[in-house]
Design a protein. Structure first.
Length: 408
């Protein structure tokens, strides 16, 4: 009997001990499974590349929470000092952070895709206008038409050039607006494969820029006498705008689109930009100088903003001094009026946009010349001698009357 009791106690101990061991094993398994699911979700959130993927992962977080909610007390003990709710909150924080980054990336990808379409459109239109200007330039060079017909041909050529330059400015502005925001960390964390896919499907801006620069260099070399000062000013502004944008986003473009030839792309484009800049500057200043000479405005030599401003400033000051020192005549005022018409009619009005955008003259410099022009006008303004003469005659009459009265 005693033996039976001992055996029964032993069996009961085995049963309850086994249940305890089983419970401990089961709790450990719950912890392992939860932690495995947690780590898997965390990794997936960190590697997510789209909003759709993240939305799916957020549902998995909710499923994980529902699945282990009944085991919360066990997991609170097993995960100490972390809790079950803390682990779920952490996953949701990861999801929110990943969503924010992915939305930025997707927005930039959309911009890249849209820019690709824009570049293709711009390139197509610029190529069409290039072909048109090339044909017109050839027609001008070989033309045997009358002077009137040739003048119309040249005008069409200049209008085509102006239209093409405007397209190029629009293109470079689109490039700048798209890439200026791509300095943020979220975009830099764009997954390599996704980034490369977008870039491979898009128009390569480096190729577009190189072709545009080459075409402009060719135009400057072949334009001959077909272009006027206004055209050279516009080309100068376009080149300056390209330079500015390249300085700000050129490095990013090379890093994104240069592939294995980043250094070569950078060297080629910067060298071409330098050649274009030198040619555009030389042609613009030379054309401006020729125009002024043809209109009897003799300035000292200039080839930059500083020297051009100084040349005009010296010219106006010398003319003002000359008008002050000489007897005022209509001829002096005509000299002032001729330059005034060029200054206000051409430099400030017709060419004003390009003069300011290309910093041929700054607003401060223009304002200073304006003030000096008013001073010159005051000195050159013909004055009537009738009043002084009448005053003198009146004075002589009064003196004569005084003498007569004194004698009487």
């Amino acid at each position: 009997m005693k033996r039976l009791i001992n055996t029964s106690i032993f069996v009961l101990l085995l049963i309850f001990g086994g249940q305890s061991v089983f419970a401990q094993t089961s709790d450990y398994k719950v912890k392992q499974n939860f932690e495995g699911s947690y780590q898997e979700l965390k990794t997936s959130l960190q590697n997510a590349g789209s909003s759709i993927t993240l939305d799916s992962l957020k549902n998995e977080i909710s499923d994980l929470q529902n699945k282990y909610e009944e085991k919360e007390e066990i997991l609170d003990k097993a995960l100490y000092p972390t809790t079950f709710d803390g682990a779920i909150d952490e996953l949701e924080d990861y999801a929110r952070s990943a969503k924010s980054k992915v939305m930025v990336i997707e927005d930039q990808n959309n911009k890249l895709a849209n820019l690709s379409d824009e570049l293709a459109s711009y390139r197509s239109e610029v190529n069409r206008l290039n072909n048109r200007t090339d044909s017109l330039r050839t027609a001008i060079r070989t033309s045997e038409k009358s002077e009137r017909d040739l003048s119309a041909l040249v005008q069409r050529y200049r209008e085509s050039m102006e239209q093409r330059d405007q397209y190029m400015l629009n293109m470079i502005d689109s490039l700048f607006m798209t890439y200026k925001d791509m300095q943020n960390e979220e975009f830099r964390e764009l997954a390599g494969k996704e980034k490369q896919r977008i870039l491979n499907e898009s128009e390569n801006p480096l190729q577009v820029l190189q072709s545009v620069i080459d075409e402009n260099l060719a135009t400057l070399k072949a334009s001959g006498e077909s272009l006027q000062t206004e055209d050279y000013l516009r080309i100068y502004v376009v080149q300056n705008r390209f330079d500015e944008v390249w300085d700000q986003i050129g490095g990013d473009l090379v890093n994104m689109y240069g592939g294995s030839n980043k250094s070569q792309w950078k060297t080629n484009i910067e060298s071409s930009l330098k050649d274009w800049g030198a040619s555009a500057s030389k042609n613009m200043w030379s054309s401006l100088d020729t125009f002024l000479e043809e209109n009897n405005v003799e300035l000292t030599a200039f080839d930059s903003n500083e020297s051009f401003y100084k040349a005009i400033d010296d010219f106006v000051k010398d003319a003002t001094k000359s008008s002050r020192d000489k007897v005022l005549t209509e001829e002096n005022y005509e000299t002032f009026q001729a330059f005034y018409d060029i200054w206000n009619g051409k430099i400030k009005k017709d060419w004003g946009q390009f003069v300011q955008e290309g910093e041929v003259l700054t607003m401060s410099q223009i304002s200073t010349i304006d003030n000096e022009m008013m001073n010159w006008k005051e000195q050159a303004q013909p004055k009537s001698f009738l009043i002084p003469i009448l005053f003198g005659l009146s004075l002589l009459t009064i003196i004569g009357l005084i003498i007569v009265l004194a004698r009487r």
